[in-house]
Design a protein around this ligand. Sequence first.
Ligand SMILES: Cc1cc2nc3c(=O)[nH]c(=O)nc-3n(C[C@H](O)[C@H](O)[C@H](O)COP(=O)(O)O)c2cc1C
Length: 375
Amino acid sequence: MPTLETTVNGLKMPNPFVIGSGPPGTNGNVIGKAFDEGWGAVICKTISLDASKVVNVQPRYGRLRGRDSKEIIGWENIELISDRSFDIWVEELKAVKDKYPDRILIASVMEEYRKDAWVEIIERCEALGVDAFELNFSCPHGLPERKMGSAMGENPDILEEVSGWVNAVATKPVWAKMTPNVTHIEDPTRASLRAGCEGISAINTIRSVIGIDLDTLRPEPSVEGYTTPGGYSCRAVMPIALRMVMEIARVIRDEFPGRTLSGIGGVETGNDAAQFILLGADTVQVCTGVMKFGYRIVQDMCEELLAFMEKHKFETLDDFKGHSVQYFTTHFDLVKRQQEARAAAKAKKDKKMIQADDQWSGDDFVEQSDALARG
Ligand SMILES: Cc1cc2nc3c(=O)[nH]c(=O)nc-3n(C[C@H](O)[C@H](O)[C@H](O)COP(=O)(O)O)c2cc1C
């Protein structure tokens, strides 16, 4: 029987499925529910020291549906990080750790560009007993106006500096969460790994406009008739997330062996997760999928991932982690490979024709050589 158990940066998990930062980890209660349903780890909604500066609006979600099935395939949000006070979070996260001492609880944190704020939030979270950190350098809306979130993640120099502040004080593993809203994801990846982060999480949401209401002519989600570009998630983003995960996996393989990768973006099934792992992910996060289908989906995901492993006779996640990265190359190389393959096929066919010429005679020659030419 294959196993889904895995140890990542020393964190022992029953399976690689992690609740991604967002509504599914928005308080201690729901984090406990996620552990009860069997999630391998939970990353809480992003917290900061002064929640009074975080003011959310309504509505803050917009959805894109398929034309026929009406299934939600894309999801935009203009939600900020948690607007609940840091002191309440400390109490709740402590209670979660007391109730689930063996489960992995990861604090997602974000702060302003001030060293003392980052040091304080890391030290206070370590004191309450979290197992690891995820640095949110990637929220694409609202927070960048305060030079936070993706305003940091888009600037590798700032990313390296802030990651360095954190790693100087953190004794627990630190993952840096990447924004996809950059041209080359490798640059911020290298910056945070150079600064000592143990892992990378990718991707956060993609800056987007979900659509315009053709009756009111107002963009959505409409807040008093106005909006702001938000973050796009859900199934539709998976191909972009897979591409970025593959690019990050190559950086880790070639330049930072031993660092880890947590894949996120559109995951809803065990087969989705298998693809992220094949491209180098150690763990796989799910956020919008839990909002669509509930915490229970982890059970189906585990079953489907195990069935995939059984089919290929993989016993552990390491048996196939990163396997498919080797099949990416340049377009130039694809052209060369195709020319070589076609030349080889033609040579094989020509050889067969010559052998046939040697053997055949009389009336059947025309018929059989025609058949060979057809392939
Ligand atoms: C409503 C909503 C709120 C989110 N809030 C946060 C957040 O507080 N911190 C964070 O790092 N990512 C946040 N995210 C991003 C997700 O963690 C994830 O990176 C992204 O949505 C892509 O994954 P998914 O398609 O599984 O949702 C949020 C996403 C959604 C949809």
